[in-house]
Ligand binder design. Sequence first.
Ligand code: GLP
Length: 260
Amino acid sequence: MEIIIRPDPAATSEMAARIVARLVRDDRRAVLGLATGKTPLRLYAELARMHRDEDLDFSRVTTFNLDEYVGLPPEHPSSYHSFMTEHLFRHINIGPARVHVPDGMADDIPACCSRYERYIRESEGIDLQILGIGRQGHIGFNEPSSSLASRTRIKTLTETTRSDSVEEFGGVEHVPRHVITMGIGTIMDSGMCLLLAFGKEKATAVAQTVEGPVSAMVPASALQMHEHCTVLVDEEAASELRLADYYRHVFKQKPEWQRP
Ligand code: GLP
């Protein structure tokens, strides 16, 4: 794993945006895996700015979102469909046909999940998967004990995750109990993973992900087995990493051409 520690969320997000933008410039048909939550907000704002000010062209980019709540129609203000439209899609030149978010209203959820996997395969796979992390080490909505080989499927949220979403729903009683999420196996098939984390409340999950054993109890730890995974964190999220000084040293030694 490549672990990069930046001073704050702004510097971290700018670096993440440079990594995404480089891919989109090199390969205009890039396939991006997208995450929701507070963590990627600055990254999306920076990509929107690059589109506006630097002509970053998304017209041939395809996207797949990690997850969606079961029972929420796309136009529901708390759906991940709405989140993505609000924070990214309406600010860039991406066509609606190239955007994919799991359908939380599907009658046949297993069929909808297999279709999602098929669409990813037909797009020749995700080139770069952006990830946040839950306080218990989940990625997407793969809660602790998720199979590390799992594919897109329905999952039941833990109460910790539900309580973390109270703000978006205005009361824990309104937070859905079920979600559709790409599996860990689906995420691991991506060409590159870029995991972002900010703040003290993510420090334990980050340390377990990077330096703990690979375990279904910390689903993000599966990324240790990924060939090309960059973990991009701010100082607070890095505060429990035992080898933080080593990671800083590695980054400092990188030749200019290798730096994101
Ligand atoms: C939800 C999302 C994840 C996200 C996580 C952390 O569980 N499904 O993709 O990484 O929340 O959210 P935040 O970035 O708001 O801390």
